[in-house]
Design a protein around this ligand. Structure first.
Ligand SMILES: [Zn+2]
Length: 226
């Protein structure tokens, strides 16, 4: 009743098409939600996300829910998740992806989920790590554990334009370390993040996890840029 009352005063509009949302909808109307550009990369081994890691690190499965394009509904949704103080969007998307993977019998493939951490200062400013919520949403549907506190980030990595690719990766690798490594040792870890572009951050996280004894790494993100 309280929520009905609130929505009378503050009606919610679809982030994509601006139509008024009905009670069962949140952030996106049903039409826009089903229209989001799914990649279905989990059904394709040599997909564009997997290809980003070829010759870099061994990744068992690589997947992303949606294609990320500038000005698209996916961009608006990710922007709202990161800057709108609405971490629940991450959990909703994690639930959706988890349900899709579970229905296709992926639930037994991973031992646990680890989100890419934010730098502590960024975390303080934002109040939450959006990838934690995506991890939580997936983990609850797949009925596996997720750990937000085993991979830590030490420095705010500023990409230096004068650095070459190796120097940038060195810089990034120093940025992550594993604490409490016993929980990921000999495990198949699903590493998750919001948007994958070059894959350097995920690569640096994966290298830290592998160095700490993780047996296999797979990657899932909310979206992937072209
Ligand atoms: Zn809509």
């Amino acid at each position: 009743m309280f929520r009905d009352f609130i929505s009378l005063i503050f009606p919610n509009y679809c982030l994509a098409c601006q139509t008024l949302l009905v009670k069962s909808e949140r952030w996106l109307c049903t039409g826009c939600l089903v229209d989001l550009p799914q990649t279905n990369y989990h059904t394709e081994v040599n997909n564009p996300v997997a290809q980003k890691f070829y010759g870099r690190i061994p990744i068992t499965y690589a997947m992303a829910m949606y294609k990320f394009r500038i000005g698209s509904s996916v961009q608006r949704l990710v922007h709202q998740l990161k800057y709108g103080n609405t971490p629940e969007i991450g959990e909703m998307l994690g639930n959706l992806y988890g349900e899709q993977l579970r229905s296709e019998e992926w639930d037994y493939k991973f031992d646990c989920i680890v989100p890419v951490p934010l730098h502590p200062q960024r975390l303080r400013e934002r109040g939450y790590n959006q990838s934690d919520y995506f991890a939580k949403g997936m983990a609850s549907v797949l009925a596996i554990s997720w750990y937000s506190d085993c991979l830590k980030r030490t420095k705010n990595t500023v990409t230096q334009t004068h650095q070459n690719k190796m120097e940038r990766l060195d810089n990034l690798m120093d940025a992550f370390y594993v604490v409490n490594s016993s929980i990921i040792q000999n495990k198949h870890v699903l590493l998750v993040d919001d948007v994958i572009t070059t894959g350097s951050t995920l690569e640096a996280c994966a290298l830290s996890l592998l160095a700490a004894g993780t047996k296999q790494i797979s990657i899932a993100t909310i979206a992937v840029t072209d």
